[in-house]
Design a protein around this ligand. Structure first.
Ligand code: ADP
Ligand code: MG
Length: 318
């Protein structure tokens, strides 16, 4: 069977059927991080360990003609820390594995590490090891280990009917840059080349939100993940989906739809969270945009009429 018949998430579901849980595993496959309760001894069970890994492949996740090595290094850390942020936690340790093709020189790898170290410092992460090998393509895999207090753990599966659906910032900005670069045009490429994640905001939101996820595959995909895992539905108000002027300008310069970028592009690394209305005042200092509401069932985009909210980036089904 071709992988595209299942898609990325269908494949993961199928693999997950083969894997068993184990005592101490609070959350296995299916959230932004695995969550482990390693609590032995007094008080330790109040803090969970988070583990996540994300791989960057040359040509798929970065382009050596567009990204500087420093930007590649930085992105490899950001994408992983974003998953820690989505759980409400904080990163502590990082492991870096790298496959290096023949044409890359020592100085290039050192610059990748400059980018990794700068991002690691920003997010309070310490690199403690990894693996180095040869490969046809430049591939970087990062493992990040972090922590989250039990009370702050924010799963995809905790959305409740009546919650508001919010995002921490504007969407479509990463794909704006990607499509400009693909078209060979100048413009708003800065965010695509140097994305940031919302670690600080995730920490502040965590005590108050119900469900949380980061935007790696587009708003449509992330809202559907939350709804599926929480057994709820959602109404997303198309008009409220935040898209910046810079992103809109990029779209019109190359004849693209910025809404498609917001819903299905991904890599914006904003957080999507759900929160009961009566807790909204507790997060009034944090930038957020309310885009919809959690309902009993059905995931819809509302724009005068209701259409099913579909889409999202899938590496095997483009
Ligand atoms: P994210 O976009 O937040 O990094 P993914 O969509 O990559 O999450 O993964 C979703 C879930 O599937 C995660 O819990 C991840 O650990 C798990 N997963 C992804 N690929 C594999 C794999 N090859 N084997 C086992 N688990 C996987
Ligand atoms: Mg994620």
């Amino acid at each position: 069977m071709k992988i595209e018949e299942l898609g990325e998430f269908g494949l993961i579901d199928r693999l997950a059927e083969r894997l068993d849980g184990k005592e101490g595993l609070v959350q296995g496959i299916g959230d932004d991080c695995a969550v482990l309760n390693e609590g032995k001894g007094k008080g330790k069970g109040d803090v969970y360990t988070l583990m996540t890994t994300d791989m960057l492949v040359s040509g798929d996740h970065f382009n050596r003609d567009w990204h500087t090595p420093k930007q590649i290094g930085s992105k490899s850390i950001v994408v992983n820390v974003s998953d820690i942020a989505a759980m409400g936690g904080y990163p502590e340790w990082g492991l870096i594995s790298i496959a290096i093709p023949d044409d890359i020189e020592v100085e290039y790898i050192e610059e990748i590490y400059d980018g990794m170290l700068e991002a690691s410092e920003r997010y309070g992460l310490t690199i403690i090891g990894g693996d180095t090998t040869h490969g046809e393509l430049l591939v970087i895999n990062v493992v990040v280990i972090g922590k989250v207090e039990k009370k702050n753990l924010s799963l995809r599966s905790d959305a409740k009917v009546g919650d508001l659906v919010c995002v921490t910032g504007d969407l479509g900005k990463s794909w704006a840059g990607l499509d400009l670069l693909r078209a060979g045009k100048e413009g708003y490429t800065g965010y695509h080349l140097e994305p940031k994640c919302r670690l600080e905001e995730g920490r502040k939101l965590a005590p108050h939100v119900n469900a949380m996820i980061d935007v790696s595959d587009g708003l449509a995909s992330e809202v559907n993940h939350i709804c599926r895992d929480s057994s709820v539905g959602a109404l997303i108000d198309k008009e409220k989906i935040p898209i910046s002027e810079k992103t809109k300008e990029a779209a019109s310069s190359i004849g693209k739809d910025p809404m498609f970028w917001a819903l299905s592009g991904g890599e914006d690394f904003e957080l999507v969270f759900t929160i009961p209305k009566d807790r909204l005042s507790l997060i009034d200092k944090i930038e957020k945009i309310i885009v919809g509401e959690i309902t009993e069932e059905g995931v819809y985009l509302v724009d005068g009429k209701k259409t099913e909210l579909k889409g999202g980036y899938d590496h095997f089904n483009l």
